[in-house]
Design a binder for this molecule. Structure first.
Ligand code: NAD
Length: 328
């Protein structure tokens, strides 16, 4: 058996409730494991199966997970119904309560992961959860742009920072392709419309500064020069969790003649984030079993601002992941 506990800071949030509900549906075979890079490695690398994963976590909202999933309105109510009872039975612990040891004992867990899904800007609380993880020897994931004071995590495997889910992921796919085709990007304008709780914060010019920083910094490293680059996030409540991103790219081609790319993408933010969080927890449990400590750079493809720095190029990052897994 390979029993893994996942303790989520921000358990009632949009990403967390989507992740927990998704895992409950997967466990019952009610949905397919789409967008999960870890799934093909389950038998070969003894990654945790859905029935070996147990969730817990903290949230001052105190809502059970069914109520949280309904409020966050990412997954349609009809899809949630078969797992309603299981989700309603899960309630968060009060913020920062030190319950990890009891949780580990109660469920006879081999590994307990702490996953940070706090709101952007919650730096002090993020550090507090990282401290709890270090204290209990738990691998730690920082999916937020927040500062977790990673020094304190040197004795456990950890990965972060800031999930690379939508627009930035696409940028890290497209920029290397433009570079390798020899086209010269002169300008890249990116904007986002987002209407969920996260959007309320990251759309604020002050509170969202860390997110804008993480979204802005990678282009020069991938292209080898800095084009004119603008990144904006607009809080637009009618959009809810269904985010819209627009990219307008201006480039010079052969003979200096211009090319223009206009990319418009619409997606549920948390539907991209949740499987990435599940992958990260499974992979960090593997790293823990192998006795790894400190930053796990092979997981960089999941992050906008990976600890340890570049490469940001998705294909190079994907290679790092595959190489690590091939060597295990
Ligand atoms: N695609 C994505 O959704 C995506 C991508 C990259 C990064 N992220 C990051 O993931 C994080 C979570 O996003 P979300 O959309 O789920 O946000 P959310 O606002 O829906 O959820 C955050 C939750 O944290 C809880 N919380 C606040 N303070 C707390 C504390 N001290 N202890 C425990 N819980 C606390 C809140 O009550 C809330 O339920 C954000 O930082 C966001 O920037 C999300």
């Amino acid at each position: 058996m390979n029993r893994v506990g996942i303790c989520i800071a921000g358990l009632d949030g949009a990403v967390a409730s989507t992740m927990v509900a998704g895992a409950a549906l997967l466990k019952r075979g009610l949905t397919q494991p789409i967008a999960l890079l870890s799934e093909p490695y389950v038998p070969s690398h003894q990654l945790a199966r859905w029935n070996e994963i147990v969730f817990a976590g903290w949230d001052p909202r105190g809502e059970d997970l069914y109520a949280a999933a309904l409020r966050n309105a990412v997954i349609p109510p009809a899809t949630l119904r078969p797992v309603q009872r299981a989700l309603a039975a899960l309630k968060p612990w009060p913020a920062a309560a030190d319950r990890i040891a009891a949780f580990r004992r109660q469920h006879n867990l081999d590994t307990v992961i702490v996953l940070n899904l706090l709101p952007t800007g919650e730096n002090a609380a993020s550090k507090q959860y990282a401290r709890l993880a270090a204290k209990h020897g738990c691998p730690f994931v920082n999916f937020t742009p927040n500062d977790c004071d990673e020094q304190q995590l040197r004795d456990v495997p950890f990965a972060g920072r800031d999930g690379k889910t939508g627009q930035t992921w696409l940028k890290s796919v497209l920029a290397p392709a433009l570079r390798d085709r020899g086209l010269r990007v002169t300008g890249w304008y990116s904007t986002n419309l987002l209407g969920n709780e996260d959007g309320k914060i990251v759309g604020d010019p002050v509170l969202g500064a860390a997110k804008i920083r993480d979204k802005s910094q990678l282009l020069g490293e991938m292209l080898g020069y800095e084009p004119f680059h603008t990144v904006r996030i607009e809080y637009f409540p009618p959009r809810g969790d269904t985010k819209e991103s627009w990219d307008y790219i201006e480039a010079d081609g052969f003979l200096g003649l211009p090319l223009q790319f206009r990319i418009s993408v619409q997606y549920r933010d948390s539907i991209l984030a949740a499987p990435m969080c599940l992958d990260l927890c499974r992979f960090l449990a593997l790293a823990a079993r192998r006795g790894e400590r400190g930053n796990q750079r092979w997981l960089s493809l999941y992050f906008k601002a990976p600890y340890g720095g570049p490469p940001h190029d998705f294909f190079r990052q994907e290679q790092m992941l595959r190489q690590y897994l091939a060597a295990v």
